[in-house]
Write a protein that binds this ligand. Structure first.
Ligand code: URA
Length: 440
């Protein structure tokens, strides 16, 4: 087989066989297919699309490119949650301990932030002493002992995705449903869990900006999971504004802790409880949404999730929850009055990145103390001169650019604006058929 012929076939819009896709993955991972042919192949896929079956084949071949985690030694129901990437999204930090406190096991591998989106591993590393790399046997042992472990992806987990993601990042081929779905689902399937819940983000801070695209992506991912024999569901949630009030690393952990002590922002609470409810339903612990939500809410408000979080921190070497404080702070005041009509949430993520909270390239160092406190939501009224936000960083010369970016991301309206809906839809399969429930 020649890579040239595989590229040419896809360029003409023809359907690829699993053998052809397997040839691409194995030859690219071994180094026999060079970057320029892999780039041409990705662009052909981007422009001509992959159908559901090709996307599944691609996922399966990516999955087979590396080591698969074996969680069979864990006694209990193993669940996982994955977000497609957002701004201020610290739900893994709130959901994982909450769900473990409810008797399910979350042995979870997470990623780092890239571009304008944050990552759970960077956030956890802001806890003094917290270790995010564990040996597989320690990961399993801890998950058995406390029902919870949060670690970074092991080096040999889906090596094809590591190579392809880096290439997509520089060839303008990231934001394509089949490529995103195969990238995420190959890693989720390799992580070895029983149930997969996806949080597909939609809106100005997400990879996919409109609801139809997000539903399409969710359907593809759910279908891949189900074909692979894993119960899979997707919640579609809005990224038209940051989640919670805090964006960064250590300040997001602070906010997650606030929520686990039932003092956190309402939107973070809502998303955490909806995701927890879905996992309880999927795992057969509750029959319906009302019951599952009530059980989750009671557990959260009683502090059981917080107790589990403290166990997690202790188990993974965390020394204290006294975070290193930023060296500098700038207050930002509203330049005019009005109701908040919209945010460019990606720009808010970029504003936090400028402060040092994120990285443009994989190897860039980040400032774990950097971040933004923005206690406003769509529909809120703000008066000219009122405190709008606080910016934090331990780097001195980043504030002017970050402030300008933040201010440019907010649109005000003189008329009242309706508040914004966070949970948009639920996507799942029933008897092999895709189902979409829009949430009112
Ligand atoms: N997250 C991933 O892991 N892969 C993508 O392609 C996009 C988001």
């Amino acid at each position: 087989m020649r890579m040239y012929d595989v590229i040419y076939k896809k360029r003409k819009g023809e359907k690829l066989t699993e053998e052809e896709i397997a040839f691409f993955i194995s030859s690219y991972v071994s180094g026999d297919t060079p970057d320029y042919q892999a780039s041409a192949f990705l662009m052909a896929c981007f422009l001509q699309d992959l159908d559901e079956e090709e996307t599944y084949f691609l996922t399966r071949q990516m999955l087979n490119s590396g080591h698969k985690m074996d969680l069979s030694a864990l006694e209990g129901i193993k669940v996982d949650k994955h977000s497609t990437g957002g701004v201020g999204d610290k739900t893994s930090l709130t959901l994982a301990p909450l769900i473990a406190s409810l008797g399910l096991i979350m042995a979870k591998m997470s990623g780092r932030g890239l571009g304008h989106t944050g990552g759970t591993i960077d956030k956890l590393e802001s806890i003094p002493g917290f270790v995010t790399e564990l040996r597989e046997e320690d990961f399993i042992q801890q998950s058995n002992d406390i029902g919870l472990a949060l670690i970074s992806q092991t080096k040999n987990l889906v090596p094809a995705d590591k190579l392809l993601y880096a290439l997509r990042d520089v060839t303008a081929t990231v934001d394509h449903p089949a490529l995103i779905a195969s990238s995420i689902m190959s890693k989720k399937l390799a992580a070895g869990t029983d149930y997969i819940l996806l949080d597909v983000k939609v809106g100005s801070g997400a990879f996919l900006k409109n609801i139809d695209e997000a539903i399409h992506l969710a359907k593809i991912m759910v279908s891949i999971g189900e074909r692979a024999g894993k119960k899979t569901r997707a919640i579609i949630s809005s990224m038209d504004q940051p989640l919670g009030y805090k964006i960064g690393n250590s300040i997001e952990v602070e906010e997650a802790i606030e929520l686990l002590q039932d003092k956190g922002p309402q939107d973070l609470k809502e998303l955490t409880l909806v995701l927890s409810s879905q996992l309880l339903i999927m795992a057969g612990k509750c029959k319906n949404m009302d019951k599952a939500y009530e059980v989750s809410r009671k557990h959260l408000e009683s502090g059981y999730g917080y107790d589990k979080f403290l166990e997690l921190v202790k188990a993974q070497g965390g020394k204290s929850l006294n975070f290193v404080q930023p060296l500098f702070e700038r207050k930002v005041y509203a330049p005019s009055s009005g109701y908040i009509e919209s945010f460019d949430t990606q720009a808010i993520g970029e504003s936090a990145s400028i402060l040092g909270a994120g990285r443009k390239t994989k190897d860039e160092a980040i400032d774990l103390t950097a971040g933004i406190y923005l206690p406003f939501k769509i529909g809120d009224y703000i008066k000219k001169g009122d405190l709008l936000a606080k910016l934090y960083s331990s780097r001195k010369n980043v504030f002017t650019d970050s402030e300008a970016k933040l201010l440019s991301s907010i649109v005000l309206n003189q008329n009242k604006v309706k508040s914004h809906k966070l949970i948009r839809a639920l996507v799942y399969e029933e008897s092999g058929q895709s189902k979409v429930e829009m949430w009112s």
